[in-house]
Design a protein around this ligand. Structure first.
Ligand code: ADP
Ligand code: MG
Length: 553
């Protein structure tokens, strides 16, 4: 066969590349909203009519002059970068100069815009090559209104490839949610078929936004941390669901944003999930939104046109910082104490304690210095040989002794997994080859000892003195990784509930527990501590009823 290679006509090139940027209603929304944000908008009103394939985005951003309006939709035109060097200084969401032009190729585009310094605005209707077809003056407020209609009208097969309207609208909503989380100062009003669909109010704290976006999550269940890294001129913002209070059955809310854009970063998402390891119940995933603000020369956004994939310099450095930040957020200390909500009855008091407890949700924790100040905890007494009543300056706690100790031992074991020789050896009977292999994998010294018998000559330090050592080793042989073995040993060795503790033992346990990296849950994910803070107690006992000094007020 004879063929010739020819350069493609520009329209064909544009049609091909347009499809890379705009492939759905959600991608139209993403591109238009990002333009509004780049224009400094603080209020964005969207209207989506999926059956008409129409999206309208109105903003109160800086608007465009007539000159810029006429150029806005021509191919590869942008106000955001000029040179190659600018690609390493990207502070805007857009920079490729493709979106509006692609939209003129795939849909009808009309823009109304009034520049902040002008007295009136302009309405421009664009042709399919991005040229301004019709220009008229209009009276509008400063800002921009972009209307895209008849999306994919010129290439109907694209519509057929898309999922149902409901699914597309779900994707649109998810897109808006994600962008809103990265821009907490913006007010969003979203209509579907000209009827109000949802709104998002601006918030000072990301946690307040997250609880608007995921209704099942209460703001009280979230903890925030902002960590400045001055030597890198960077900052890590974290909002996470406290592991004793909220988690999900899918990792759908482990989200990472870099410089105001949600990205798909398997590596960073995995770092987050790993930081929650052994703090959540089995098969549950954390809620965590991580926002990395780093200097733009660290990032290459040109991995895909939607900019959802990036190349990040020094990935392992960031992974380390993130793990450290999450660990810091788990801690319980004087800065994470917070007032509880109203309580009127015991039930509500307990509920309030669960909801607000001892954590600080409204203040960001200072990143250094006194965050590590331990609370002064005092063991008061033991109830039912199971719970330790703890007094601290902000109220009281009930700490379950077994799981608090389990947490202490588990972290000790993670820090030093010591295998010590045991004499005489523990003899085990009828082990399967995989059990033997498993014991070798966690570094136990095991060898055949005769017909169906094995001798275990070294065991984890904590098990050495135990009467149930053989049973414990059998448990370890059933599989799992080293961490699973450490949990099993910690659980077996921890003080049982029902054991009477002396004052000194309780005090020592509390102090050890407070120093753990994650005092909130045991390695199986159970909450360790129920908190009854002073403000909740004061409300419950109606301390604000001024009855008289003689009543001890
Ligand atoms: P990019 O965002 O990559 O620059 P676009 O095709 O999305 O490319 O937009 C082209 C240009 O039009 C932008 O660089 C910007 O100057 C201008 N523009 C688009 N939307 C708006 C808006 N809502 N407000 C102000 N200017 C806008
Ligand atoms: Mg853009």
């Amino acid at each position: 066969m004879v063929y010739t290679i020819q350069a493609l006509p520009t329209e064909v090139v544009h049609l091909i590349t347009a499809g890379e940027v705009i492939d759905s209603l959600a991608s139209v929304v993403r591109e238009l909203v990002e333009n509004s944000l780049d224009a400094g908008a603080t209020r964005i009103v969207l209207s989506i009519s999926p059956e008409q394939w129409r999206v309208r985005v109105a903003d109160n951003g800086c608007g465009m002059t007539l000159d810029n309006l006429q150029r806005a939709a021509t191919a590869h035109s942008t106000s955001k970068i000029r040179s190659c060097a600018d690609l390493w200084r990207i502070n805007s969401l857009g920079f490729r100069g493709e979106a509006l032009h692609s939209l003129t190729t795939l849909a009808s585009l009309e823009i109304l815009s009034r520049h902040t310094e002008e007295d009136f605005g302009w309405q421009v209707v664009y042709g399919s090559g991005g040229e301004a077809l019709r220009v008229e003056t209009v009276a509008i407020a400063p800002g921009t209104v972009v209307t895209v209609s008849n999306l994919f009208g010129s290439c109907l097969t694209r519509r057929q490839g898309l999922p149902t309207v409901a699914q597309q609208m779900k994707a649109v909503q998810a897109t808006i949610h994600q962008i809103a989380l990265c821009h907490p100062h913006v007010t969003w009003q979203v209509c579907q078929n000209e009827r109000q669909w949802f709104t998002i109010c601006p918030a000072i704290k990301i946690g307040q936004l997250l609880s608007q976006i995921i209704p099942q999550i209460k703001h009280a269940d979230l903890q925030e941390l902002k960590l400045e890294i001055p030597e890198r001129n960077s900052c890590i913002s974290l909002v996470l669901g406290l592991p004793d209070r909220c988690h999900r059955h899918r990792p759908d809310w482990v989200r990472v944003a870099v410089n105001k854009r949600i990205v798909n970063s398997q590596e960073l998402e995995q770092t987050i999930i790993s930081a929650f390891y052994k703090t959540l119940p089995r098969d549950r995933y954390p809620v965590c939104f991580l926002h990395l603000c780093i200097s733009p020369e660290q990032i290459n956004w040109n991995r895909n046109p939607a900019k959802t994939e990036i190349y990040l310099n020094e990935l392992s450095y960031w992974q380390e910082q993130i793990s450290g930040a999450i660990e810091q957020t788990f801690r319980i200390n004087s800065h994470t104490i917070k007032e509880s909500v109203h309580t009127t009855r015991v039930g509500q008091l307990l509920k309030a304690a669960e909801e607000k407890g001892n954590y600080n949700f409204n203040r960001s924790i200072p990143s250094e210095g006194n965050t590590t100040t331990p609370l002064s905890l005092k063991a008061v007494c033991q109830i039912n040989n199971t719970y330790i009543v703890v007094e601290h300056p902000g109220g009281m706690w009930l700490v379950e002794q077994h799981i608090a100790h389990e947490r202490v031992l588990y972290e000790q074991l993670c820090d030093s997994w010591q295998i010590l020789p045991i004499e005489p050896p523990v003899i085990l009977y009828q082990l399967s080859p995989s059990q033997v292999l498993q014991l070798q994998r966690i570094n136990l010294d095991i060898e055949p000892f005769g017909e169906q018998l094995w001798a275990v000559r070294s065991v984890p330090a904590l098990l050495q003195q135990r009467d149930d050592c053989a049973e414990a080793i059998l448990e370890l042989s059933w599989g799992g990784d080293l961490l699973t073995a450490q949990v099993a040993v910690a659980c077996r060795s921890a003080i049982r509930n029902g054991t009477l503790l002396s004052q000194q033992e309780m005090q020592q346990l509390l102090e050890q527990w407070q120093r753990t990296r994650n005092p909130r849950t045991c390695p199986h994910g159970r909450p360790i501590c129920l908190s009854l803070e002073e403000p909740a107690l004061a409300r419950f006992f109606r301390r604000h009823w001024v009855i008289g000094k003689s009543h001890g007020i």
